[in-house]
Design a protein around this ligand. Structure first.
Ligand code: AGP
Length: 606
């Protein structure tokens, strides 16, 4: 994870580096640092905690220099501390790094034998000393190449050199890196979002690429050290998404814009006049698909589980779901009649990208469902289905989850229609239902906004909590528990309600909050029976349902009665109270809502 910025300019750069680092904090926020070149010397400043702390440091003691690199860290090797914060500098070079150097222990040992003294516990410092060492015998380009060749693992790098004091160097293998073209200055950034306030002209580095930036020129080299040209892209304007507006934090803003996410997504994919879905150019003819494999991590994986239910209901295609970090290391029998679908908000998640890469190496067809259309996963897939949620800044994924589920649902009905496994009326009815979904989401947000804060109080004092559901509500139970864990640091478990008696029921005791997801679907009665089992053992039940029957609410501590919709669309509405519940529990505990501890938005390490 970690965020990198680099600027080669003719003006002072520190302020712009700080500004961009703030935008990269979603990638890591346990320490921050900056290095600039002043009078041919490297000047480094770093501190623990947020970029605000670094800004305060610079306020007291400003960094000069028209060439600089900056970093926000998410610790992999070594605790969050000032010494472990990046940049890592020698007298000759200064390095910021995102990724993991897997052979750092061996490299460190060799460098120590040569007399290099390490100050940090990081894997990054080996890059600093390798470069320093190679520069003694080689010119700039060869020293960079020799260093990169010595590294195993993943990296995006920003480098300053004392001897070459007019350049910033960037390099990428496995971790993302963008280059921006500005007026009389050029930039490096972990993503285009960090560069957006300075330029909308961007190029993405591919694996193995190296770039050399001066204030008026950018040169690119590929992994064979050949000079190459790269395509310049113009970024679109999406200011409404990157501004908090009147909201206290990005998470509440993003929860509140989920109806807009749904509306945009439906508008992009559904042709209301023709009553059809605009999806063409599948990499495999849907009629020939033998199996669909859905792969993701965390919340994105939960959207894959909901999709399994939809695909199985709507098509005859066998469906497999997989967590990317497991998929990438298993022995997989690849089949070129299978479609491998990757779901990711950021499009940069290291495990998901590696799983996609494995598929590509095995010559099978891939499809990605992503939010960031310029991301590595999108650029490497055969077929890209954007979710059109706009930038999601809060580390806890909310509107992207709604978007991922929606695109997966749309894909399922379209594939079913092409394969003639759904009849015309049913297909058209589902398209009509999709049109109604954004308003239902809006109503649910409004209703739950007022009703969840009081429920949140029960969770603060409890030892833990449980989230239970059956069928399509099972993945939503998992998602509800994940949201609560990551935002409030309280233990929570999500389970299929029917699984309770096989072990988890032992956890139920007087006062334990248990959230029961019970839409009026084919599982309703069974879920309510499971709820009674919880009540009988003293659990404090929070029932979320679209059923009116008052009897079912007896002995229930709180009932949230959400809008009624078709069974297969219930996950969209069931998700909202759980997001808001997690939000309010975290707010009561004064947790940092947008940046939960130990986490980062874009998980670009294994
Ligand atoms: C969810 O709230 C998470 N922060 C996390 O589980 C996330 O969904 C996961 O890391 C996958 O990220 P991606 O969608 O960007 O691939």
């Amino acid at each position: 994870m970690c965020g990198i910025i680099g600027i080669a300019s003719s003006k002072l750069v520190a302020q712009n580096i700080i500004h961009s680092l703030k935008k990269l904090e979603y990638r890591g926020y346990d320490s921050a640092g900056i290095a600039t070149i002043v009078d041919n010397e490297i000047h480094e400043k770093k501190c623990t905690g947020r970029v605000d702390n670094l800004e305060k440091l610079l306020f007291k003691n400003p960094s000069k220099g028209s060439l600089g690199i900056g970093h926000v860290r998410w610790a992999t090797h070594g605790i969050p501390s000032q010494l472990n914060a990046h940049p890592h500098s020698s007298d000759e070079v200064s390095v910021v790094h995102n990724g993991i150097i897997e052979n750092s222990t061996l490299l460190k040992k060799n460098l120590e034998e040569k007399g290099y003294k390490f100050k940090s516990q990081t894997d990054t410092e080996v890059i600093t000393f390798l470069l320093t060492d190679f520069l003694k015998s080689y010119d700039l380009v060869d020293a960079i190449n020799k260093t990169l060749k010595a590294l195993n693992g993943s990296f995006a790098l920003g480098i300053l050199f004392k001897k070459y004091s007019n350049i910033v160097v960037g390099a990428r293998r496995g971790s993302p890196l963008a280059v921006g073209y500005g007026p009389e200055e050029n930039y490096l950034g972990s993503d285009s979002y960090a560069l957006k306030s300075m330029t909308n002209k961007i190029t993405y580095l591919d694996d193995g690429d190296v770039c050399i930036l001066t204030n008026n020129k950018i040169e690119f080299y590929n992994s064979e050290n050949k000079k190459i040209n790269k395509k310049i892209l113009t970024l679109s304007e999406d200011k409404q998404f990157t501004d908090k507006g009147d909201y206290k934090d990005f998470m509440s803003k993003e929860i509140n814009e989920q109806n807009i996410t749904a509306k945009t997504c439906v508008k992009e994919y559904v042709d209301q006049l023709r009553k059809d879905i605009n999806l063409y150019n599948f990499p495999i003819n849907p009629k020939d698909i033998e199996k669909i494999v859905l792969i993701g991590c965390g919340t994105a994986y939960h959207s894959c589980i909901t999709a399994k239910y939809w695909f199985e209901e709507l098509t005859n295609i066998p469906i497999e779901i997989d967590i990317a970090s497991e998929f990438r290391y298993r022995k997989i029998n690849f089949n070129n009649k299978n479609l491998y679908v990757f779901v990711s908000q950021s499009g940069e998640t290291a495990d998901t990208y590696a799983a996609l890469d494995l598929c590509k190496k095995n010559n099978v067809k891939t499809c990605s469902i992503i939010n960031v259309v310029e991301s590595s996963i999108a650029r490497s897939s055969d077929f890209v289905l954007p979710i059109h949620a706009g930038p999601e800044i809060g580390v806890a994924s909310t509107k992207a989850f709604i978007g991922q589920m929606l695109v997966l649902f749309i894909l399922a009905i379209k594939i079913s229609e092409i394969r003639k496994e759904i009849n015309k009326t049913d297909y058209e009815n589902k398209i009509d239902d999709l049109q109604k979904l954004p308003d239902l989401i809006k109503d649910t947000i409004n209703y739950c906004q007022d009703n969840t804060p009081i429920i949140a109080k029960d969770f603060i004092k409890a030892k833990g909590s449980m989230f239970l559901g059956r069928g399509l509500s099972f993945p939503i139970a998992l998602e509800g528990a994940l949201k609560l864990k990551e935002l409030s640091y309280l233990h929570a478990e999500g389970y299929p309600a029917g699984e309770m008696k096989h072990g988890p029921l032992a956890l139920i005791e007087e006062g334990l909050p248990v959230v029961i997801l019970a839409p009026k679907d084919r599982y309703f009665e069974k879920t309510i029976s499971n709820m009674q089992e919880v009540i009988a053992r003293g659990g404090k039940v929070i029932l979320i349902t679209d059923e009116d029957n008052k009897i079912i609410s007896e002995n229930v501590r709180f009932t949230l009665k959400i809008a009624k919709t078709n069974e297969y669309l219930s996950p969209f509405l069931m998700t909202i109270p759980l997001q808001l519940l997690a939000y309010h529990v975290a707010a009561l505990k004064n947790c940092d809502i947008d940046k939960p501890r130990n986490l980062a938005k874009s998980v670009t390490v294994e």
